[in-house]
Design a protein around this ligand. Structure first.
Ligand code: NAD
Length: 345
């Protein structure tokens, strides 16, 4: 398997292939860049169809973490770990401990955290063999779960986007469509509802719909109708790749501001969003509340400082919007430029 010539290879500092015969562990750890500090990023467990697919994912995701931490003003670099396997069948304490030993062997260049297919409890098990597992600090406000902080950051970022594009500071009567009301989406809806926002939501999981409709009075639409509803803001909080030519042509919203990772189907879509006169809050900027929370869990720091740091997402987004207006570049391109200015020294 070629690494240096891989399309997603971007001067990664380290790519480590881990195999432990006894536990069946097969994992790849990628450290993209540590100029600003040790790399931190989640550990994903997924039944990848091939090693190549796992490599592509870990290279891309670790790079993304460098940009996310840099733009969030954290003293951290970007890294990621993928375990090749089905978390429902293959995950054992032995496998997680073997991974912990491999992470410890990197002497702090990579700090792991939960991601798809791993949990806070798994971080505790990994943490038996390494000091470089985060999200396990006792006493954190939400027991290690970063979702409420992610939602708070998205709420702050959404307000900054609405202020910039729609010139509104009062959200009362604003119409927001939320796609996906799971951990982050539900908390976001709570913040929005408290400010008098009219919520339209969708989800493919009925219990999550029920919760937001009964508790918050949200209006439900079928998942295929969420793009066409007449709203001011579209908040993607489910899966990635949802903004493409087709969905963009359906959107009535003038602002896209949500938690989902990798919202754009392709990076060129950011230019199309701009020409459609829609303001896009780049996903990795607006959803950085979770990584900020994890960094504070790890490095210590008071609740007030954490809150203030998450609120800085609004300030950084505003500076991105202003620079985009001035230069004519898309907000995605401007965000990437600012992140690079920070981590490339
Ligand atoms: P979650 O799994 O708790 O919630 C996602 C929700 O989306 C679920 O209720 C699911 O049923 C729903 N969904 C899935 N496919 C759908 C579809 N086609 N249409 C409508 N709904 C659909 O996940 P989460 O932790 O709330 O994360 C949401 C998004 O935010 C993800 O993209 C995640 O990568 C991203 N994100 C999360 C965090 C965090 O702290 N949890 C941090 C950064 C980014």
């Amino acid at each position: 398997m070629s690494v240096f010539s891989h399309l997603e290879f971007d001067n990664h500092e380290k790519v480590v292939f881990v195999e432990d015969e006894q536990s069946g562990l097969k994992a790849i750890i990628a450290v993209h860049n540590t100029n600003l500090g040790p790399s931190l990023g989640g550990c994903r467990m997924w039944p990848y169809e091939s090693d190549e697919e796992a490599l592509t994912d870990v290279l891309r995701l670790s790079r993304g973490m460098t940009y996310k931490s840099a733009i969030a003003g954290l003293p951290l670099g970007g890294g990621k770990c993928v375990i090749i396997g089905d978390h429902r069948k293959d995950k054992t304490p032995e496998l997680l401990r073997a991974l912990g030993r491999a992470i410890e062997g990197l002497s702090g260049a990579y700090i792991t955290a939960e991601d798809s297919g791993t949990s806070v409890a798994d971080m505790v098990t990994i943490g038996e063999c390494t000091q470089y597992a985060s999200g396990v600090v006792k006493g954190s406000e939400h027991g290690g779960d970063p979702s409420p902080s992610t939602a708070y950051g998205v709420f702050i970022g959404l307000k900054a986007a609405v202020k910039h594009k729609l010139r509104r500071t009062d959200l009362r009567g604003l119409k927001v469509a939320v796609q996906g009301v799971g951990n982050v989406g539900f908390h976001l809806c709570k913040y929005l509802q408290a400010e008098g926002v009219e919520l339209t939501v969708t989800d493919i999981f009925p219990a999550n719909v029920e919760r937001v409709v009964t508790e918050l009075g949200a209006k439900f639409v079928a998942h295929e109708d969420i793009y066409t509803v007449d709203v001011d803001v579209f908040a993607p909080c489910a899966m990635g790749g949802v903004i493409n030519e087709e969905t963009l042509s359906q959107l009535k919203a003038k602002v896209i501001a949500g938690a989902a990772n990798n919202q754009l189907a392709r990076s060129e879509i950011s230019q199309l969003i701009l020409s459609n006169d829609i303001l896009y809050a780049p996903d990795y900027v607006i959803n950085a509340g979770g990584i900020i929370d994890i960094a504070y869990q790890r490095n210590g720091g008071g609740t007030d400082d954490l809150k203030a740091h998450i609120e800085s997402i609004g300030t950084i987004l505003t500076s991105i919007f202003e620079r985009a207006d001035k230069t004519g570049y898309s907000t995605e391109i401007v965000a990437n430029q600012i992140a690079q200015e920070r981590f490339k020294n």
